[in-house]
Design a protein around this ligand. Structure first.
Ligand SMILES: Cc1cc2nc3c(=O)[nH]c(=O)nc-3n(C[C@H](O)[C@H](O)[C@H](O)COP(=O)(O)O)c2cc1C
Length: 196
């Protein structure tokens, strides 16, 4: 029997649970559109996305009393976030650039979690801004993810308004093929690291 005819005994690749945090409270803005495409990309790659819109599903100000044990926080939204983060094998963190960095709502979400939820899990970074200086938001997030003991993949996706198109309904969509391919590559890298 030729090698190519030998039936594969490799187990089917395991789907990865990916928690996507959208760090803009403008759900219909660019970061929202970027994360909606990222969720599609996660599905296409055979994984399972959970998209958490921090505008619609807002968290209270992170309470340091629960720093060591976020699951003990009595707030039901925080409890749902902690449960989603514990279920996740991987994360995608998306943010608009705010004052040369990432948004406060995203930091608040990360401060509502702990190393327990992130240790050893793969993380992909996405940012949006009027200019490519939004790259800085990803640079800053890398340091934060290191503090949480997450593993950032080197790939990242940084968009500017030219990467989007506005539909007749007014909805914003990630329209650039090059950027979609970039997001797909990021998702692929995050999935691969999570399966290692
Ligand atoms: C508080 C705040 C700070 C901002 N800081 C910057 C900045 O430092 N550099 C920049 O290019 N744009 C900055 N912007 C513009 C946002 O990045 C831009 O409006 C972006 O589209 C917001 O993303 P969104 O559509 O997902 O909400 C800032 C906006 C806000 C509200």
């Amino acid at each position: 029997m030729a090698v190519s005819q030998v039936p594969s005994t490799a187990p089917a690749a395991r789907p990865v649970d990916v928690l996507i945090l959208s760090g803009s409270i403008r759900s219909d803005g660019y970061t929202g559109a970027l994360t909606r495409y990222a969720a599609e990309s996660v599905l296409t790659a055979g994984h399972r996305p959970v998209l958490w819109d921090l505008g619609k599903d807002a968290l209270p100000i992170a309470d340091p009393a629960y720093h060591r044990d976020p699951a003990a926080n009595p707030d039901p939204t925080v409890q749902r976030l902690v449960a989603a983060a514990r279920r996740a094998d991987a994360f995608l963190l998306a943010t608009p650039v705010y004052h040369n960095s990432y948004s406060g709502v995203l930091k608040n979400a990360l401060d509502s979690l702990s190393m327990t939820e992130f240790t050893g899990k793969s993380v992909g970074l996405l940012a949006h801004g009027p200019k490519l200086t939004a790259v800085q938001a990803c640079d800053h997030l890398r340091i934060v993810v290191r503090g949480l003991y997450g593993l950032c993949v080197p790939e990242q996706a940084v968009t500017t308004p030219g990467d989007y198109r506005t539909q007749e309904s007014g909805a914003v969509q990630l329209g650039s093929d090059a950027m979609r391919i970039r997001v797909d590559g990021l998702v692929g890298a995050v999935g691969k690291l999570a399966r290692r």
